[in-house]
Design a binder for this molecule. Structure first.
Ligand code: PLP
Length: 447
């Protein structure tokens, strides 16, 4: 099919005049405006001028099955023409939302069998905190309100999700809600000098215990964590951290929420990393991104049987579970997700990640021989490079050196898009990269 061509200059100008981009540095935006990405296929994206790039970030950690999947487009088109939208409030439902809920229950850890839909990761986290508060209110424990999160966590940017987020620069000049206490992130690279990883794990667990003692378990509703912290720097916690945290939470009647918005749907080689990789059984798992591989906006909160029992207790005359979105269980998004999951299963995409992931890790780690590469870390298809001024002291380059931006710009000139986050560069590719692609990418990064 012939593709419509775009008027690059006209679009660039309209964008500059009218589009407020999320997470955009206005000094750069005013200087050079936007880069328009207009086409995509498999592991590649193309800009408006016809330049082709390897997509090293899966759009934004989300295009897990890769670009240009016509069968997802067809599933969406069929659903949109058959029944594009109708409410799911009250007892109304639609076929894709129902099928997807059952599929998620089948794929998730055995005790998570109930799905609350939202529009993406932020709204999934936001809705979750409302449901958690509702749960404790209904149990007659209304003082359990505070949420434990971690510095450098990223949970999104609705007001509640931004308050859970612990990346200070993300909330610069924005306000947050006083409902969250941030514990230290698990940052093995920058752990205190002379501490082994096992001691560091003890140290973090001690901090959690002390925090619970200080705040009082009666005032704490939940602990939320990404299994591997993503936007905060792809931080892999020391062995045993998550399961120890979960045990402490359970002992204190604190719900354990896993934010698997990035780690879910194959990025670490499993549909859900919590149980398969981190040996935890969260009370709640939140997903988005890879759930629909970014073909349509969708988020979901997977809820345990025990929680559901309380949430689904009849409220009494006139009462409803009054939370949800117009687009909760959107049929077109759910149709995209069902087809996406079918592809992941049919093509063995998790298996590809388990096979190619360790190769990607080992090849990226060869970059550590460079003078400015302080750390290369992550797991499978979720990796980061930490750029430093001095590898011994781990001192950072000055912020105005814009090292992450410059590395990303040089990679882009050579046909590869990676993501700059401050002094870091993140690599979170579509899950269909092969060893050959890894070699090509590592050659560019070496250069
Ligand atoms: N949670 C995590 C772990 C994320 O990485 C993100 C986005 O990057 C979100 C939540 C927010 O998701 P969304 O941008 O879809 O609202």
């Amino acid at each position: 099919q012939a593709q419509a061509s775009y008027d690059a200059q006209d679009l660039w100008q309209k964008d500059k005049n009218h589009f407020i981009h999320p997470f955009t540095d206005f000094s750069l935006f005013h200087e050079k405006g936007c880069d328009l990405i207009t086409n995509s296929d498999g592991i590649y994206v193309e800009d408006v001028h016809g330049n082709r790039f390897i997509d090293g970030i899966a759009g934004l950690w989300c295009v897990n099955v890769g670009h240009g999947r016509a069968e997802i487009g067809q599933a969406m088109a069929e659903q949109a023409t058959r029944m594009a939208y109708f409410s799911t409030f009250n007892n109304l439902s639609n076929a894709p939302a129902t099928e997807l809920a059952a599929k998620l229950a089948e794929l998730a850890p055995a005790h998570l069998n109930h799905v609350f839909y939202s529009c993406g990761g932020s709204t999934a986290n936001d809705a979750t905190i409302r449901l958690v508060h509702y749960y404790f209110n209904r149990l007659g424990k209304p003082s359990k309100k505070r949420i434990l999160s971690r510095t450098n966590a990223y949970h999104g940017t609705t007001y509640m999700a931004a308050s859970l987020t612990g990346i200070a620069s993300n909330n610069w000049q924005f306000d947050t809600l006083d409902l969250v206490t941030h514990l230290s992130e698990a940052n093995c690279y920058r752990r205190p000098e002379g501490m082994s990883k096992a001691e560091y794990c003890d140290h973090l667990v001690d901090e959690l215990e002390q925090t619970i003692e200080r705040l009082g378990a009666d005032n704490i509703a939940a602990f939320i964590a990404e299994p591997i912290m993503g936007a905060g720097g792809v931080l892999v916690a020391p062995q045993g951290y998550h399961s120890r945290v979960q045990a402490i939470c359970r002992a204190n009647d604190i719900l354990f929420i896993a934010d698997e918005v990035v780690t879910g749907f194959g990025r670490l080689g499993h549909f859900f990393a919590s149980e398969a990789v981190f040996e935890t059984q969260p009370d709640i798992i939140n997903v988005a991104k890879g759930l629909s591989s970014g073909y349509a906006p969708l988020g979901a909160t997977l809820i345990s049987d025990a929680l559901y029992e309380v949430l689904s207790t009849p409220q009494g005359p006139g009462g409803v579970l009054s939370t949800g979105f117009t687009y909760s269980g959107h049929p077109v998004s759910c149709a995209a997700a069902l087809k996406n999951i079918e592809i992941i299963e049919r093509e063995g995409i998790c298996e590809n990640v388990l096979e190619v992931g360790p190769y990607l890790e080992s090849q990226l780690k060869t970059l550590a021989s460079h003078e400015t590469v302080g750390d290369v870390r992550g797991s499978h298809f979720m990796m980061a490079i930490e750029n430093v001024a001095n590898k011994t002291t781990k001192e950072l380059l000055p912020v105005d050196a814009r090292v992450g931006d410059r590395v990303a710009a040089e990679a882009q000139k050579r046909g590869l898009i990676i993501r700059p986050v401050g002094h870091l560069n993140i690599i979170s590719p579509p899950l269909i990269w092969t060893r050959q692609v890894v070699d090509e990418v590592v050659a560019i990064l070496n250069d």
